[in-house]
Ligand binder design. Structure first.
Ligand SMILES: NC(=O)c1ccc[n+]([C@@H]2O[C@H](COP(=O)([O-])OP(=O)(O)OC[C@H]3O[C@@H](n4cnc5c(N)ncnc54)[C@H](O)[C@@H]3O)[C@@H](O)[C@H]2O)c1
Ligand SMILES: [Zn+2]
Ligand SMILES: [Zn+2]
Length: 357
């Protein structure tokens, strides 16, 4: 079977045809992949920003069809079309019962065993739900059944980038109509946050990116203003009278941009951290400013999603033309081109690349 394997940090992925995949065990399903998006977190697995057990098949933003159902799985049948949730909600832990199923770790733990092999060597499935493979085996609770008409590419994007970005705006930060919003980093997740803020009725949406092309794209998806980092202070002055933005989303993954998002947030506003930075990056705050500013600093993990209802909610928004998802797909590739796709992402040439199977 064909899949892209990460064998060591900072090494190119190896696209191989000779992987063997396990059968779906109890509580699992086997999928034939339809499409997988390339998310920056995949690049972060590859470069060590997010540690993963090696060797492993990565990719985590995907959609496919159920081709085998393990024992005890009752909610899925052969031929079902599903979107993969990289945080499978177990349904019964304190987080799931407390309406924060995105923070469930039970399902991820269940998915940790190696799913592939190369000869006699085990190959892990990334952090649990690998998608850079023709077929994959995942916990059944990670396979969210959707309308069979759902295009695989649209489904794939919802599986991570769109759920995360839109969810950060409408779930985590709960952007209010008429508000002022800043989004730092206009990649696939940032553009999704921009779309989420637009849907939520924000009056001002400022996109910041270091790449000019991203600024043009951001405007197509709902940003009212767009600038490189150098122009941000002037815009803050002009648009908010210097007070700062009601909401500032950090969607890059660095200490510097988190601090910048905080500095651009108005007193009493919300700074929402979506980007995933290296573990050793530290953000500094003075003890006084935390109290005095009364700003809220919130992380957003998977857009605070309940995937069991939010995937179909996003699909309804897409069908109703509230979200432009096809427009976010600026490259379509074969799995064999995955390393070039990582490079295009790092060069800022794409919003989202989709691997088609
Ligand atoms: N919180 C979550 O659950 C979650 C889920 C998915 C992705 N992520 C993270 O979100 C981040 C974005 O992911 P993506 O797929 O959109 O990546 P991406 O590479 O498509 O987008 C990042 C954007 O940031 C821009 N950028 C880089 N440095 C910048 C700077 N100093 N100032 C302004 N812009 C800058 C890049 O040009 C690029 O457009 C990554 O850190 C990823 O790991 C988090
Ligand atoms: Zn992702
Ligand atoms: Zn749980």
């Amino acid at each position: 079977m064909r899949a892209a394997v990460l064998t060591a940090v900072d090494r190119d992925l190896e696209v191989r045809d000779d992987l063997v995949l396990v059968d779906a065990g109890p509580g699992e399903v086997r999928l034939r992949m339809g499409a997988s998006g390339v998310c920056h977190s995949d690049v972060s697995f590859q470069n060590g920003t997010i540690p993963v057990a090696l060797p492993c098949v990565i990719g985590h933003e995907g959609s496919g069809e159920v081709i085998q159902v393990g024992d005890g799985v009752e909610h899925l049948a052969l031929g079902d079309r599903v979107i993969i949730s990289w945080t499978p909600p177990c349904g019964s832990c304190p987080f799931c019962l407390g309406h924060q199923p995105n923070l469930c770790t039970v399902g991820m733990g269940q998915a940790a065993a190696p799913k592939f092999s190369l000869g006699s060597d085990p190959v892990f499935g990334g952090p649990g739900t690998p998608t850079f493979a023709e077929e994959t085996v995942i916990p059944a609770i990670a396979a969210i059944k959707v309308d069979p008409e759902t295009p695989y590419d649209v489904g794939a994007l919802i599986g991570c980038g769109v759920m995360t970005g839109v969810g950060a705006a409408i779930n985590t930060a709960a952007v209010k109509p008429g508000s002022t919003v800043l989004v730092i980093g206009a990649g696939g997740v940032g553009i999704s946050a921009i779309q989420g803020a637009r849907v939520a009725g924000a009056a001002v949406i400022v996109a910041v990116d270091t790449v000019e092309k991203k600024l043009q794209w951001a405007k197509q998806f709902g940003a009212t203003h767009a600038t490189t980092p150098e122009g941000l202070n002037d815009l803050k002055q002009n648009l908010t009278g210097g007070l700062g933005f009601d909401y500032a989303f950090e969607v890059v993954g660095s200490a510097a941009t988190i601090r910048s998002a905080w500095d651009q947030t108005r007193r009493g506003g919300t700074t929402c951290v979506v980007g995933v930075a290296r573990m050793d990056q530290m953000v500094q705050f003075s003890a006084m400013e935390l109290f005095y500013s009364e700003k809220k600093l919130v992380g957003s993990y998977y857009g605070s999603a309940d995937v069991r209802t939010d995937f179909s909610r996003l699909l309804r928004m897409w069908k109703n033309d509230q979200l432009d998802l096809e427009g976010m797909i600026t490259a379509r590739i074969d799995l064999g081109e995955i390393n070039q796709a990582f490079q295009s992402m790092l060069n800022g040439e794409v919003i989202r690349t989709v691997v088609e199977f």
